[in-house]
Design a protein around this ligand. Structure first.
Ligand code: ADP
Length: 604
């Protein structure tokens, strides 16, 4: 078988890498989309947090907004403003303010006269008590004295706590007699902010950070301050520092969302580190790249499988082609062989025909040689009756001369008998010497036997011979000639009947057959006297007979033996242990078949 040529190797992985390079730019829009998505999501979350924070802040402020006005109507406080030197009133006012501050949760509440001096305060008993201090420099004081609600964010100068101040004037009829201030602590709103990565930033109208989740950003300016703003900061002592340092925020690092609180003039910002977005985006990118990789691996795998498949198909096609070629070669060989076989069969047939012809010749030659050996006896056998005929004829002549016609007639009768005997001898010899045109054929044994028995039936019945048939039901096919076989069987059966005439009843004739080792054996047994030892030795010789001259010619067994041998069979002579003769015909088995040959010349 020829080798299959290897398919040209395609650089698979190189093309895959090329594909990867082509597909990689797909990651860029993916990154863009992911960034946009996470930014939106973060912004949404932060907006909610921011809204919550602003609502909380405003809630705190609104809670205290109206408190100064309400407190201003309390008689105990007005009494202090009416007579600031009365100790009892002062003590009462202090206690009252302390109680209300505790109840409302305000950091501090205090009452000032119209010049800004603190007369009573909720922290009157503390070390950093406001009592006696003047806050006229604070804008809320100015606002309240002007009849408006004073609002102000600032860091307590004494407490250092950041707070929101609400201030309202205390009226006596139309006249302002004092100012009441409530300070709300805002420090704690910063602390509400957890330790999240997002940062809080509340700036006031100056852009300075007042509340933040990052202490290092506190009181830093998010924008450059104007000269007027600087002066105001110094004047009203807004922050612990006179000069807020700039806060330089890297806007690239933070996602900033800002909301204005108009009420206070503040801005609330939430700063989310962009790294938060980057982390998620990177995760998405990693997943995308992994998916791409997997896709490529799958693609590679598919390509490999396809390649293998194609290779296999190629291989199979090649193998099929090869097989077809071999089948064709083999067919051609077989055709050659077949024609050779045909020739051989033809030769065989010819040889067979030759053989049959040769065999035929041989049989004929055998017969002639037998005739040769017979000729002495034949001439002897024929000479005897001839001599007798001659003497009978001479005698008859003399007898006629003497007018003895009756004696002459009896002599002529004897001559006639003798010629009959001679004719019989000659007829046997002719039948024996006749050239058989047919090769051995398939002959059914049982029907041939039946025919032979039918010819002798009359005689058998007359002799009351009991026939014991033990033949198989299945037809036994033998190689023979139909007529020759019947001739042999007829001879043997006639001999048996001849032998049985010498015996009293009961007379028995047994017929049995068997097939073994390629031969059919037919046994013919009678309960007559059997062969004498001489007869057993000489029975096959032509003209040997123990019968009287008129009964036997002594040619039957000689002819049967020759015919059997010509057919490739055998005639065996013997006696049965229980007495009587036992003759065995050994014939070649033939293939079963109808005997379609035309019957042989049956003239014999
Ligand atoms: P023929 O029958 O004319 O005598 P055969 O050749 O047929 O000549 O027989 C030769 C001899 O063989 C017979 O004379 C007889 O002695 C003997 N023989 C043949 N068949 C039997 C038989 N069935 N039983 C006894 N002897 C037999």
């Amino acid at each position: 078988m020829t080798m299959i040529p290897p398919l040209p190797r395609r650089p698979r992985w190189r093309s895959l890498a090329l594909l990867a390079i082509c597909l990689a730019p797909l990651l860029w829009p993916l990154q863009h989309l992911a960034k946009h998505y996470y930014q939106q999501e973060l912004a949404g979350q932060n907006r909610q947090t921011q809204d919550l924070y602003v609502a909380n802040l405003l809630g705190i402020l609104h809670r205290y907004e109206t408190l100064p006005q309400i407190l201003g109507d309390l008689p105990a406080l007005r009494a202090v403003l009416a007579d600031p030197l009365r100790l009892e009133s002062l003590t009462n006012a202090n206690r009252l303010l302390k109680d209300i501050a505790t109840q409302t949760g305000a950091e501090v509440m205090y009452l000032m006269d119209t010049r800004g001096n603190t007369l009573a305060a909720s922290n009157w008993d503390k070390r950093d008590s406001f009592v006696g201090r003047n806050f006229a420099y604070r804008p809320y004081y100015t606002e309240a004295i002007a009849g408006r609600l004073g609002r102000f964010f600032g860091q307590g100068t004494t407490s250092a706590k950041r707070g929101y101040f609400f201030a309202a004037a205390v009226h006596d009829r139309e006249q302002i007699i004092g100012v009441l201030v409530v300070k709300v602590d805002l420090d704690h709103t910063e602390n509400l902010w957890g330790k999240t990565p997002e940062q809080l930033l509340v700036t006031d109208h100056n852009g300075v950070v007042i509340l933040t989740s990052r202490p290092d950003w506190r009181f830093r300016a998010t924008r450059p301050l104007t000269e007027a703003e600087r002066e105001a900061i110094v004047a009203i002592r807004l922050y612990p520092t006179q000069e807020p340092q700039p806060l330089n925020l890297n806007t690239d690092a933070w996602l900033i969302q800002t909301q204005d609180i108009e009420e206070t003039g503040w801005q609330v910002s939430i700063l989310a580190p962009r790294t938060l977005i980057d982390r998620s985006v990177n995760t998405v990118l990693a997943i995308g790249a992994a998916a791409l990789l997997v896709l490529m691996l799958l693609l590679g795998l598919m390509m490999q499988r396809r390649r293998h498949y194609i290779e296999r198909i190629d291989f199979e096609a090649h193998a099929r082609h090869e097989l077809e070629k071999r089948v064709m070669e083999r067919t051609a060989d077989l055709e050659g062989l077949n024609s050779r076989l045909k020739d051989e069969v033809l030769e065989r047939e010819q040889a067979q025909q030759e053989l049959v012809r040769a065999q035929d010749e041989l049989v004929q030659a055998g017969k002639l040689s037998v005739l040769g050996t017979m000729s002495a006896s034949i001439s002897h056998e024929l000479n005897q009756p001839l001599a007798a005929i001659r003497s009978y004829a001479e005698n008859a002549e003399i007898l006629l001369d003497h007018q003895r016609t009756d004696d002459a007639r009896s002599n002529l009768k004897l001559i006639s008998e003798l010629t009959g005997r001679m004719a019989s001898i000659i007829a046997h010899l002719r039948a024996f010497a006749r050239r058989d045109r047919h090769a051995p054929e398939s002959v059914a044994l049982q029907p041939a036997l039946d025919d032979a028995l039918a010819l002798l039936a009359k005689r058998r019945r007359a002799m009351a011979v009991d026939l014991v048939r033990d033949l198989p039901d299945a037809t036994l096919w033998v190689q023979a000639g139909e007529t020759r076989l019947r001739q042999v069987l007829g001879n043997l059966l006639a001999n048996a009947l001849d032998a049985l005439t010498e015996k009293a009843n009961p007379r028995k004739l047994w017929l049995s057959a068997e097939q073994r080792e390629g031969y059919v054996y037919l046994y013919i047994r009678d309960n007559g006297p059997g062969f004498s030892s001489e007869a057993l030795a000489r029975a096959r010789e032509p003209f040997f007979t123990t019968k009287t001259r008129t009964q036997g010619l002594g040619l039957g067994l000689a002819i049967c033996d020759t015919l059997m041998r010509a057919l490739g069979g055998e005639l065996l002579l013997g006696n049965h242990p229980e007495g009587g003769a036992l003759l065995t015909l050994k014939l070649r088995v033939a293939t079963p078949g109808a005997n379609l040959q035309p019957p042989e010349d049956t003239s014999a």
